[in-house]
Design a protein around this ligand. Sequence first.
Ligand code: XUL
Ligand code: CO
Length: 443
Amino acid sequence: MSSIFIGNKEYFPGIGKVAFEGSGSDNPLAFKFYNPEQLIGGKTMKEHLRFSVAYWHSFCGDGSDPFGSPTINHPWRGNDSMTSAKNKLDAAFEFFTKIDAPYYCFHDVDMAPEGANQVESEKNLITLTDMAKERQESTGVKLLWGTANMFSHPRYMNGVASNPDFQVVGHAAHQVKAAIDSTIKLGGQGYTFWGGREGYMTLWNTDMKRELDHIGQFLAMARDYARKAGFTGTFYIEPKAMEPSKHQYDFDAATVIGFLRNYGLDKDFKCNIEANHATLAGHDFVHDLRTCRDAGLLGSVDANRGDLMNGWDTDEFPTDVYQTTQAMLEILAMGGLTSGGLNFDAKRRRNSTDSEDLFLAHIAGMDAFALGLVTAQKIIEDGKLAEMLKARYSSWDSGDGAAFEKGKLTLEQLAAMGEKGEPATTSGKQEYLESLVNGYLFG
Ligand code: XUL
Ligand code: CO
């Protein structure tokens, strides 16, 4: 096993490049199902899945939670914040290379420490992203999307673009402009807005209509700036139902789609759907994916999963192949991801404290999505599910049903058809369909 290090130190010694060894392998540090070059329906697994590592959870998360202090001691901590940030960058690119991830995503403050003021913060960001550009060129790893962390700083406690205080929105613009500049410099294929503070706690102090109008205006300004500066990628809004705000304006996919259309943003913006955010909204992950696909607005995916036993954002690695199969079916059905990818917005558990756990967690997620892809392709090739779906709606394919769909019937005509007697009882065949899916998964 050869050592790989990006700067002058190897941060994950003893771990080489993770390779595909097949399902028979008992090497924990090998892929069992993710075989990057394997062809599935004419494209390689790597091209289909477009895996991305989240800088924040993987290199900034330290295992702390609201009840306890850090459990994970990162070896890249230096004597000052800029030294730590530079070491962290090298560790990150070492990890991307070893895990064979083609992409990564980051927030401004994940990579560069905040300075005493906005101007100093931007200077730090420029220094670190200049270094990241060199690391991208030497390793071939690319930026899937960039974003700004507009939720941690106290100035945003009452909102970002939705803030009742205009001065705060000026600060937000400065931060977003710097993050967009960095994303363009790094060749990012997307730019994400997650509105953690864009919501409210009580209507007693909130002018909801005005706040939503301000968000619409702000996003249009950000889009216009980025397009003028040469950004050709996709903007994403990432829906989330709650946490941190009680009522978040980007509640779920349907809400975001309505918002984008309402403010004329749907030509430039798509959704970035996160599994655990969909479940917080009371939906299955696949429900929000389907809602976006049907609207032509599924852009990218934050690949994780929640714990259905509780109601907060646990950001676990996605290892449930039932969910990854459903997700990959949606992605294949829309012709694949284009500028988006599968970004592991997931953190290892507080008590997964070995540095190899970061590898094991990503391997588990990548293998689960590879299994999902293979199964989804099997389902498509076999065609039985699609055939049954088509048959279920066949009464709309000809005659009066087809006339209805074409808008050729009046309510009076339709009502007259209702006099023909009780319709037949038709089974939905749910249990049979579920057993078919189990057959594709395990047969
Ligand atoms: C928060 C979340 C964010 C976004 C980017 O729940 O998912 O990390 O993905 O800001
Ligand atoms: Co996310």
